[in-house]
Design a protein around this ligand. Structure first.
Ligand SMILES: Cc1cc2nc3c(=O)[nH]c(=O)nc-3n(C[C@H](O)[C@H](O)[C@H](O)COP(=O)(O)OP(=O)(O)OC[C@H]3O[C@@H](n4cnc5c(N)ncnc54)[C@H](O)[C@@H]3O)c2cc1C
Length: 395
C-alpha cells in the first residue's frame, strides 16, 4: 500500500500511525521521544533560544537543568531550522557565547561540506587508522553497572538525543577503550539520535577516535566528575572504576586520504532556482522537512509529497522515536505520504524540490522527473579548499 493515510496531528495518534505503517521498519518498540517533531516545536525551541553562558556550559552533562546545549540539533538536521536562521538568532548574545555557538554551527556546515565533497567515503578513516587497543574488552564494551554509561545509553534510547560531551564518552569508551569498530558504534548511535546524520555523526566519531585528527579523545573518570558531579557517587563501581585512568590507546598510522579531501570542487547545488518545466508537486526529503523548505516556499500552490524510503529504512533499522519525529513534521505540513522506493513512488510526476548535499538524493533525483530545483540554504557556500581539518576549512 504505497500511499499511506495522512499522519494525524495528535501525539498518541501519530505514534499509533507509525506503529501501524512503519513499525516493521524500526529496531525497537515505537515510542515517542520527549522531543517533539514539527515546525511549531522547532519555532518554539528557536524562540526560547538563549545562549547566555553557552561557552562555559556547553559541555555540562548533569544536572540536566544546567546544560548550556541548545537542543536544536533534531530541527537543524531535518531542515526545520536552517543554519543561517539559527546564526542570525544569536546576533545579540554576549560576544563569547555567540562566538562559541556560531563555531558549532560552522562544525555542522563543515560536516555537510565534507559529505557533499567525499560522500560515502566519510565512512572510511579520513587520515589515520583506527586506534590500536592493547587489550580489547572481550565480551562487552563496558560493564553494565557503570553509572556514566548506563545514564548515557538510557538517555540515548529514551530521548534520542545527547549532549556533545556524552556522545564523546560513548564513542571513546566503545572504540578507544574497548576496541570496538567505530563504524558499528556510529551506526548504532545513528539509529537512535533524532539528529542522526551520516555527515555529522561520522565526523563526530572520526574526531573522537582519532581517525580524523591522529589524536584520540580519551574518556576517563575525570570528565565524569567534572561534567556530571555526583554521578560517580551513585555508581556501584565507584571504588573499582574501569575508567579511573586515562586510556593508553593511540591512533593508528597515517592512511591515504579519500579522494577530494585535500582539494577538489564541492558540488553545492544551484545558486539560483533551475526551472525547466511546470511542476505538479513538491518532493520533500528528510533534509528539508520544514515549512520554509525553499521549494515549498517558491511553490506554495503545489501539494507536497514525501516518501518513506522502505528499502533504505529496512537496511537502516532506525529507532521508532525517529520515525515518530519525522511523522510529526509531515503531519504538520499536510504532506502526501507514501511508503516504498521513491523512484517508483514518484515516477511520472513532474517535481519541484530543494537541492541537497546527500549522495542518495542525487542518485534518486537523476532518475526522477525533477523540473525545478531550488538552492540549498548554505551558511557558507562550498568551495574548493582543503577539508582535511575544521580549522583548514574554516580559514
Ligand atoms: C560521536 C559524535 C556523534 C555525533 N553525531 C551527530 C549527529 O548524528 N548529528 C548531529 O547533528 N550532530 C552530531 N554530533 C555533533 C554534536 O554532538 C551535536 O550536534 C550536538 O550535541 C547537538 O546538540 P545541540 O543542538 O544542543 O548543540 P549545540 O551545542 O547547542 O550547538 C548548536 C548546533 O550546532 C551544531 N553542532 C554542535 N556541535 C557540533 C559538532 N561537533 N559537529 C557538528 N555540528 C555541531 C548542531 O547543529 C547543533 O544543533 C556528534 C558528535 C559526536 C562527538
Amino acid at each position: 500500500m504505497p500511499l499511506l493515510p495522512a499522519p494525524p496531528t495528535g501525539r498518541d495518534d501519530v505514534v499509533d500511525w507509525v506503529r501501524e505503517h512503519l513499525g516493521h521498519l524500526s529496531c525497537d518498540e515505537v515510542r515517542p521521544s520527549r522531543i517533539r517533531g514539527g515546525q511549531a516545536a522547532a519555532d518554539a525551541a528557536l524562540a526560547a533560544l538563549d545562549v547566555t553562558g553557552y561557552a562555559s556550559r556547553r559541555s555540562t552533562v548533569l544536572p540536566a537543568g544546567s546544560r548550556g546545549a541548545s537542543g536544536l540539533s533534531p530541527y537543524i538536521r531535518h531542515g526545520l531550522l536552517d543554519l543561517p536562521t539559527v546564526w542570525d538568532a544569536v546576533e545579540h548574545a554576549p560576544a563569547r557565547d555567540r562566538g562559541k555557538f556560531r563555531d558549532e554551527l560552522l562544525w555542522q556546515e563543515y560536516a555537510r561540506h565534507l559529505y557533499a565533497r567525499i560522500g560515502r567515503a566519510t565512512a572510511q578513516p579520513l587520515r589515520f587508522g583506527p586506534p590500536r587497543v592493547d587489550e580489547p574488552w572481550a565480551r562487552e564494551p563496558w560493564p553494565q553497572e557503570m553509572a556514566c554509561m548506563a545514564a548515557t545509553t538510557a538517555e540515548l534510547r529514551e530521548d534520542g538525543w545527547l549532549v556533545n560531551q556524552t556522545r564523546m564518552w560513548l564513542s571513546s569508551q566503545y572504540t578507544v577503550r574497548a576496541g570496538g569498530d567505530w563504524r558499528e558504534g556510529a551506526q548504532e548511535m545513528y539509529r537512535h539520535l533524532l539528529d542522526g546524520s551520516p555527515a555529522a555523526n561520522r565526523l563526530g566519531w572520526q574526531w573522537t577516535v582519532g581517525t580524523g585528527t591522529g589524536k584520540v579523545y580519551g574518556f576517563s573518570r575525570w570528565q565524569v566528575e567534572k561534567r556530571a558531579p555526583g554521578l560517580c557517587r551513585s555508581c556501584p563501581l565507584q571504588r573499582a572504576c574501569p575508567v579511573q585512568d586515562w586510556p593508553t590507546a593511540q591512533s593508528g598510522p597515517r592512511v591515504s586520504a579519500p579522494e577530494g579531501l585535500r582539494d577538489g570542487l564541492t558540488d553545492g547545488g544551484p545558486v539560483e532556482p533551475v526551472v525547466t518545466g511546470g511542476a505538479e508537486a513538491v518532493w520533500l526529503t528528510a533534509e528539508s522537512l520544514g515549512d520554509r523548505d525553499p521549494a515549498r516556499r517558491a511553490r506554495p500552490d503545489l501539494p507536497s509529497v514525501f516518501v518513506f524510503d522502505e528499502p533504505l529504512l529496512a537496511r537502516l533499522r532506525l529507532s521508532g522515536k525517529r520515525l515518530v519525529f519525522l511523522a510529526e513534521a509531515l503531519a504538520e505540513l499536510g504532506a502526501e505520504v507514501r511508503l516504498g522506493d521513491p523512484v517508483v513512488e514518484l515516477r511520472g510526476r513532474r517535481l519541484a524540490t530543494t537541492w541537497t548535499y546527500v549522495p542518495g538524493w542525487k542518485v534518486r533525483s537523476r532518475r526522477l522527473e525533477v523540473v525545478a530545483t531550488y538552492p540549498w540554504p548554505w551558511l557558507r557556500r562550498p568551495g574548493a579548499g582543503s577539508l582535511q581539518s575544521f580549522s583548514a576549512w574554516a580559514r
